[in-house]
Ligand binder design. Structure first.
Ligand code: ZN
Length: 214
């Protein structure tokens, strides 16, 4: 049974350090990207305020997420038992990256990287524009996330790519990955090209190195 009620206590948030504060926000970016372009626009416009821990902005973010989650749950598959698991966007690599870094990366930090990778991958397929891919990456960076981690391309990315196979097993045999066909619109695929994944990782690495030179 789904719960009768869920309570959000915003005073709890004040007890979090900056990394944990930020980590929750990547899940909101995820939901906005797959379901609601206007919510993404709002996050993009308020990324700086969220990064500097403005309480009212965070309250609104949580409220919108709760609303969207309620809609999702009342959509008929509260435990995501079907093959479609839209809320897994950005997660196939994130789960693996957490493990590869011995959980040095927080879940939300890994999800931010996973979102960046799968957004770039969607761009490489020609599904979202370069402009939109850059908006997503810039918003994540403004929120304070680092979008590259050395484990991403260690051993020609074999570690991360293993995450794809593990994700397939976790789903019970058939791979279903959520990608983007626009900001605010997710679309499912059943396979991913390892070379394109490596290309997305190379882009993230290059951008990280350029940022450090500035
Ligand atoms: Zn998550």
């Amino acid at each position: 049974m789904p719960p009768v009620a869920v309570f959000n206590d915003s005073s709890f948030l004040t007890t979090l350090d900056d990394r944990d504060w930020r980590s929750g926000i990547s899940e909101a970016v995820k939901v906005a990207l797959i379901k609601d372009a206007s919510f993404f626009d709002w996050i993009e416009a308020n990324a700086q305020a969220l990064a500097t821990r403005d309480a009212a902005t965070m309250d609104y973010l949580i409220h919108r997420c709760a609303q969207m989650h309620l809609q999702h749950i009342s959509g008929g598959d509260p435990f995501e038992m079907g093959s479609s698991r839209p809320l897994d966007f950005g997660h196939w690599s994130a789960h693996k990256l957490e493990q590869l870094t011995n959980f040095e990366l927080r879940h939300g930090e890994a999800v931010a990287i996973g979102i960046a990778m799968d957004s770039l991958y969607s761009y490489q397929l020609g599904w979202i524009t370069e402009h939109d891919a850059n908006r997503i990456l810039t918003t994540l960076r403004t929120l304070g996330f680092s979008l590259y981690q050395p484990m991403l391309d260690a051993n020609n990315s074999t570690g991360v790519l293993k995450g794809l196979a593990e994700f397939r097993e976790h789903l019970g045999g058939q791979l279903t990955i959520m990608l983007l066909e626009a900001i605010g619109r997710g679309v499912e695929v059943h396979e991913m090209n390892p070379d394109l994944i490596r290309q997305a990782i190379a882009t993230l690495k290059e951008q990280e190195q350029q940022a450090q030179l500035v």
